[in-house]
Write a protein that binds this ligand. Structure first.
Ligand code: 13P
Ligand code: SF4
Length: 327
């Protein structure tokens, strides 16, 4: 068996950044990536842009690079391709999926539409392109509430995240009287933040505030936030909340590596996390990123490149375009 040469982290970074320039490529990296992939080139790493799914979509739409390497999961890379159809978009591991995205198909959406005719369908960005194409408007965790509020209908279908839907539905019902019709998808990471876990952490850390992503179960939300400070919202809301809060200790109910991001941003604050990692996000590595750059212009890129038909790009773009009007 031929042994892979061992490359040091420093050598990897140097090679990636050199090839990025030679091949006119950019690297977009999600906040759930491991810390090495989240470090910007300007800070000694490789990423050109680090962000949440909405921030990365905006960046994908405006980049002038010929090649986009998306360090995130497959539905995010698909969204980048839909927003930049003339560019080459790659993902370091095409198997990087998402339990939410795989919980629903376009046929499922069409069945919902047949059951609830004339009811608008909002698709969370954590869906595959075919599913998006069957929906009316997309949203990310950051703009879901604003988009749902803006829809003039007494009932709205929200897919696929059941818990996020239940959390949104509570606020939407109180504010507008609108009802949400939900799907049974779940994030395999955020569903693990149970009420019992929240209660236990609250006893152990009575002075900490809770940071809860929309995707955690609604019972966890009520058991965490009743009589305790904190925030329920998107990744961006969580990051902003920590900056604005006078509290110095936080319990994070979201992906483990967001804890590393927060620690880098707010070094004087403490973050307690059960550290549940997204197995899909963790499929992405520096070595696989280097492999893409080495193969651009040399070999066929089928193992890495996101290829969607022109027709699918056109159809899936419509709900994404409507969402982008909210950014
Ligand atoms: P954001 O939209 O907050 O980036 O979240 C993406 C995600 O996969 C959450 O689990
Ligand atoms: Fe999907 Fe959950 Fe992973 Fe986000 S954390 S990519 S929602 S499985």
């Amino acid at each position: 068996m031929i042994q892979e040469p061992i490359i040091s982290g420093k050598e990897l970074i140097l090679r990636i950044n050199k090839l990025k320039k030679e091949k006119n490529a950019v690297i977009l990296s999600h906040y759930y990536m491991s810390p090495d992939l989240q470090l910007k080139e300007t800070a000694g790493g490789i990423a050109d842009f680090v962000g949440d799914s909405l921030g990365l979509s905006v960046e994908a739409a405006k980049t002038t690079a010929d090649h986009i390497i998306f360090c995130g999961v497959y539905f995010m890379a698909e969204t980048a391709k839909i927003l930049s159809p003339d560019k080459h978009v790659y993902i370091p591991d095409k198997e990087a999926g998402c339990s939410l995205a795989s919980s629903i198909t376009a046929a499922d959406v069409n069945a919902l539409k047949a059951k609830y005719p004339d009811t608008p369908v909002v698709a969370y960005i954590n869906t595959y392109a075919e599913t998006k194409a069957a929906c009316d408007v997309c949203c990310t965790s950051r703009n879901a509430l604003a988009i749902i509020r803006s829809i003039d209908s007494p009932e709205i279908i929200f897919v696929p995240d059941l818990y996020m839907g239940q959390n949104l539905a509570k606020q939407v019902k109180e504010e507008t009287g609108k009802d949400l019709i939900l799907w049974n998808g779940k994030c395999e990471v955020h569903e693990q933040f149970t009420s019992d876990m929240a209660k236990g952490l609250r006893m152990q850390y009575p002075n900490s505030e809770f940071l809860l992503h929309w995707e955690v179960p609604d019972t966890t939300v009520s058991d965490s936030l009743t009589n305790a400070g904190g925030v329920l919202g998107s990744t961006n809301d969580i990051i902003r909340y920590v900056g604005e809060s006078s509290c110095t200790s936080f319990i994070l109910a979201s992906e483990c590596d967001l804890g590393s991001t927060l620690k880098t941003m707010y070094q004087e604050k403490e973050f307690i996390t059960p550290c549940i990692k997204c197995p899909h996000m963790k499929k992405i590595s520096m070595l696989k990123t280097l492999e893409i750059l080495e193969h651009i212009g040399v070999d066929k890129m089928d193992n890495f490149e996101v290829n969607l038909s022109t027709e699918l790009i056109h159809k899936a773009y419509q709900p994404i375009k409507k969402m982008m009007e909210f950014t």
